[in-house]
Ligand binder design. Structure first.
Ligand SMILES: Cc1cc2nc3c(=O)[nH]c(=O)nc-3n(C[C@H](O)[C@H](O)[C@H](O)COP(=O)(O)OP(=O)(O)OC[C@H]3O[C@@H](n4cnc5c(N)ncnc54)[C@H](O)[C@@H]3O)c2cc1C
Length: 494
């Protein structure tokens, strides 16, 4: 008997980092009866990169490779070999017409003196009242209780609204972990009095970046390991969880025993065959932001060694800009004479953005914040717009109950939803987490090991109230001609 006759058929939906991690692990363990289906004609998902006609490479927003796992590190070494750059984190906040090193709260000494005083007094006041921190019901309360009124007003609240495109009062307080540096009053006062820059926070002080092909350059090499099982241009339109069959848009029907889905969880539920009302209703508790990623290629040497910048204020639409050409010399056609700025602007029903004017507004924002000078307007060589429908899974107050209702129903039907939007858990939504969610899911089935990254919220299952905020469609890249001598490129992505 053929080995595949005795193995359960494993099907993976989506060839982003999660699906690729699972696929790689299946072949590494010598499993045979599996297949991976991807609706795009390329792999990589949100970690894909695109090259335009002018030869500039764009990531879908600045991607910094964090790592929390030896397995992931080894995999990156294997996939990239020597083809990577290693970059020291140089992150800054643009505020009050100046650059402040990140994390903002440790570097308030860079601000005007009266603002420094306001921030410090707010912090002292907050720290006098530790009960407020314990009582904090949501991210809004937590910001006030932890950072005090000044830092909350100038940075934490406006910045977080710009990123998440959701009111911070709708967000839970539980997801923070290492994502937000908690303020240490002694350290902050020391930095102020000694006039010291304090950049040494976080897991991402130094990071690797693929030498070739942008962030996508890490995911392309997966293909040679999984080629025989990979099916591109295959969009799953319905999933019959009772018959254990996937129906693709080209009419093909594929059977599975176990299904690993990495598509957005809310879309997965809408594609099931008549799921219970409780499950269908629970997707109202899943909220996401969308993003407009605008890249601008400029014809002059890069004026800065910075990596990325945060923008809490209103004079620019974006919340973050990356000097992507500082990550690898192959991002631009001629690194001695070009640089590439990549901006990210979020949107949602809570924060609408006019897509028709976003490129102009981003360029105006670059001028307002000193990233480019007026003479650069004539040096703009190319612009590129990526409209990302599913950008950030927002950790809202109703999320865990929604997950606790949906995921057990799926797993009862041998469907396992993992990854950035499959698990819908921002706190495990980076590339390393995503790859490892795929790897660990395979380890669970083949090696009987627990999944350690993915959080099971089944104990949160509860009636879910709330309204649906997201759009349930597919995103698309759009591009248009900018009224200078600009080349554009087209593509399509989630
Ligand atoms: C703006 C932005 C900035 C980011 N910055 C960072 C960063 O700095 N560091 C970091 O580590 N990570 C970052 N990330 C996160 C990173 O991109 C994700 O961790 C990763 O791409 C998630 O992988 P995934 O496979 O779970 O999901 P995805 O990448 O979304 O892949 C899912 C795949 O499923 C496919 N699919 C969807 N529906 C169907 C269907 N019906 N049929 C078949 N296939 C389907 C999609 O086409 C896609 O290829 C960022 C993401 C964004 C959007």
């Amino acid at each position: 008997m053929n080995q595949t006759d005795t193995e359960q058929k494993i099907v993976i939906l989506g060839a982003g980092p999660t699906g690729l991690g699972a696929a790689y692990r299946l072949q590494e363990l010598g499993y045979r009866n599996w297949a991976i289906y991807e609706r795009n004609n390329y792999v990589g998902g949100l970690a894909t990169s695109f090259v335009d006609d002018a030869g500039f490479t764009y990531d879908i927003g600045g991607h910094v490779m964090f790592s929390h796992y030896p397995y992931f590190d080894d995999l990156v070494d294997k996939l990239l070999g020597d083809n990577y750059t290693e970059i020291m984190r140089e992150a800054w906040v643009w505020i009050m017409d100046r650059f402040v090193p990140y994390p903002f709260q440790n570097n308030i000494s860079y601000l005007p003196k009266e603002i420094v005083l306001e921030c410090v007094l707010g912090l002292i006041e907050a720290q006098k009242n530790p009960d407020a921190l314990k009582r904090a019901q949501n991210f809004d309360d937590l910001i006030d209780a932890q950072f005090g009124a000044g830092i909350a007003k100038y940075f934490m609240k406006p910045y977080n609204f710009k990123v998440w495109a959701h009111p911070v009062s709708h967000m839970s307080r539980d997801w923070l972990g290492e994502r937000v540096a908690m303020p240490n009053l002694e350290r902050i006062l020391g930095n102020i009095i000694l006039d010291k820059a304090d950049k040494g926070w976080g897991p991402n002080n130094k990071f690797k970046y693929p030498l070739y092909g942008g962030t996508g350059g890490l995911y392309q090499p997966f293909v040679k390991y999984i080629r025989d099982h990979l099916h591109l241009d295959k969009t799953a339109v319905t999933i019959d969880q009772h018959a254990k069959q996937i129906h693709f848009s080209d009419g093909e029907i594929v059977d599975y025993d176990l299904l690993l889905s990495t598509m957005p969880l809310d879309l997965l539920v809408t594609r099931l065959d008549n799921p219970p009302d409780t499950v269908r209703d629970a997707i109202k508790g899943l909220h996401h932001s969308s993003g407009l990623i605008v890249g601008v290629g400029i014809q002059r040497p890069c004026p800065s060694e910075k990596c990325w910048l945060y923008f809490p204020e209103d004079h620019a639409p974006f919340y973050r800009v990356t000097y992507l050409s500082n990550y690898s010399p192959y991002i631009v056609p001629d690194p001695d004479n070009n640089f590439l700025l990549l901006s990210e602007t979020s949107y949602s029903p809570h924060k609408e953005e006019d897509k028709a004017t976003i490129i102009d507004r981003v360029i105006e924002g670059f001028l307002n914040t000193g990233l480019i000078e007026p003479a650069d307007l004539d040096r703009i060589e190319t612009t590129y717009l990526i409209d990302v429908d599913y950008s950030y899974p927002v950790p809202t107050l109703d999320r865990n109950a929604a997950l606790g209702t949906i995921q057990p129903y799926l797993s009862d039907h041998q469907i396992y939803s993992r990854g950035r939007f499959g698990a819908w858990q921002y706190e495990i939504g980076n590339m390393d987490h995503s790859v490892m969610q795929g790897v660990e899911w395979v380890n669970r089935w083949l090696l009987n090991e627990p999944e350690v990254t993915w959080n099971d919220f089944s104990h949160h299952a509860a009636p879910v109230n709330g309204t649906i905020h997201g759009t349930l469609g597919h995103g698309q890249i759009t591009s248009r001609r900018y009224p200078y001598s600009v080349k554009t490129a087209n593509g399509y992505v989630d």
